[in-house]
Ligand binder design. Structure first.
Ligand code: TRP
Length: 432
């Protein structure tokens, strides 16, 4: 069996913190070492433009995040590690997908709906301050995923709806243009911890309770000292449950070390000492990584080289795939022979249908019309609608009988051949 393809994007919109490390970077780097997995990791800088209009911040964050992943042990030889905007194919695929995505689907996206709800609550226009990039975000994300036919997309819960949308969009495209895309699935790591922040809530930049991944030793010490604890004095037994300090320690320590700290809590370790234990532990784990990080940040040309090599690798797949998709939708070399028009092989979902109507002469008519609007058959006038209906019924009953009726009740239309009529009726009989 061929290996499973994992793909995930990281939006370069800030500086990574310990929560990102524990929740995303560390498990991803571990997964990338598995031999049955083919991994794609990319810096989603097109996505970052939705939120950030400060060019220097995008560049800075792209660099910090690339350096973080590399410092944490991601091996660019083993995985495909690239910057989204180095692949113009992504922007192109986004457009092809945009044209098969219903606007209603995007109206229902959580991120967009949340923005609209906020505006409504604030008595603003529903779309106030919503850029079209935010609205289109799920389509861009679908392009990221579908371009590489990823099977599994490791994401947080908040992103699951986007993966479902990518599936919907892929299905629609496949239905229209043939089986081009694998339907992706969200891979949610249940076991991966969400790290609490300094105040005990989930560590997040927006709560301003985070510890930067590559804080200096001094910063790290200061931030750890700021972790919220209760007021129990040294010597009093402490509770591990609900202790942010304990949970952060657990995310970095072995089970034995965790058990030892649990015992120390029971034995009444003072908060200052517990913080010292945590600080020493994280600092020990981070020091070699921090050194690699600092070296990488000082060598932008080296990272640029790594990312460009990654883009070359990714484009080996993306360029020919995009060319095939262009052909599939009809963006084609005019010298290639034209395939038959889709109308000639209408699928079950797009069958011609009978429509009854009344004309200004007072008579009742029907026509056989393709979903695209082309009229294949048009009846003569009937005096009563039930007469028209009974002819339609006969037509639907069987192509053989219908053909006889064609002679008696229908007029030929310019540009419609007998073959067109025969094949439309035949399909009708086959699918009735
Ligand atoms: N939207 C994701 C996030 O904010 C980042 C992302 C962009 C992504 N494209 C992706 C994740 C494709 C998985 C697959 O976290």
């Amino acid at each position: 069996m061929s290996s499973q393809r994992f793909l995930t994007g990281i939006t370069p919109s800030g500086t990574p913190h310990l929560g990102n490390y524990v929740g995303a970077i560390r498990p991803s780097v571990q997964a990338s070492l598995r031999s049955d997995v083919e991994s794609f990791y990319f810096l989603a800088d097109y996505h970052a433009l939705i939120k950030i209009d400060d060019p220097a911040r995008i560049q800075r964050s792209t660099m910090e995040i690339a350096a973080s992943w590399l410092a944490a042990g991601l091996d660019p030889e083993r995985v495909t590690f690239y910057r989204q905007s180095d692949l113009p194919e992504i922007a192109e695929l986004t457009w092809l997908l945009t044209c098969v995505t219903s606007k209603g689907l995007l109206n229902r996206a959580h991120a967009y709906k949340a923005a609209v709800d906020q505006n409504t609550a604030a008595r603003e226009e529903p779309d106030a301050n919503v850029n079209a990039g935010l609205f289109m975000y799920p389509v861009l994300m679908a392009a990221d995923i579908l371009m590489f036919n990823a099977h599994q997309v490791p994401v947080g819960r908040d992103q699951v709806q986007h993966i479902e949308m990518a599936r919907d969009i892929a299905q629609r495209f496949n239905h229209l243009y043939g089986e081009h895309f694998t339907l992706p699935e969200a891979a949610i790591e249940e076991s991966v911890a969400t790290l609490p922040g300094l105040d005990g809530r989930k560590m997040s930049k927006s709560y301003d309770n985070h510890i930067p991944l590559f804080a200096t030793r001094a910063q790290l010490k200061k931030l750890i000292a700021a972790i919220v604890t209760d007021s129990r004095a040294p010597g009093e037994a402490k509770q591990t449950e609900g202790s942010a300090l304990f949970q952060i320690y657990q995310a970095f320590a072995s089970p034995q070390e965790t058990a030892a700290l649990r015992q120390a809590y029971l034995d009444g370790i003072g908060w200052a000492d517990a913080k010292q234990v945590l600080f020493e532990h994280i600092d020990r784990e981070m020091t070699p990584m921090r050194e690699r990080y600092t070296a990488l940040m000082a060598a932008p040309e080296k990272m640029e080289e790594v990312l460009r090599a990654g883009a070359d690798k990714a484009r080996k797949l993306a360029t020919p795939f995009t060319a095939a998709l262009r052909r599939a939708v009809g963006l084609r070399d005019l010298r290639t022979s034209a395939a038959p028009l889709r109308a000639a092989k209408a699928s079950k979902a797009a069958l011609p249908a009978f429509k009854q109507y009344r004309e200004s002469d007072g008579k009742f008519y029907f026509k056989l019309q393709e979903p695209g609007g082309r009229v294949l058959l048009q009846s003569l006038g009937f005096d009563a609608p039930k007469d028209a209906a009974s002819v339609i019924k006969s037509l639907q009953a069987g192509a053989g009988a219908a053909l006889a009726l064609v002679q008696a009740h229908l007029q030929a239309l310019p540009g419609v051949s007998q073959d067109d009529i025969d094949s439309a009726l035949q399909q009708f009989a086959d699918n009735a």
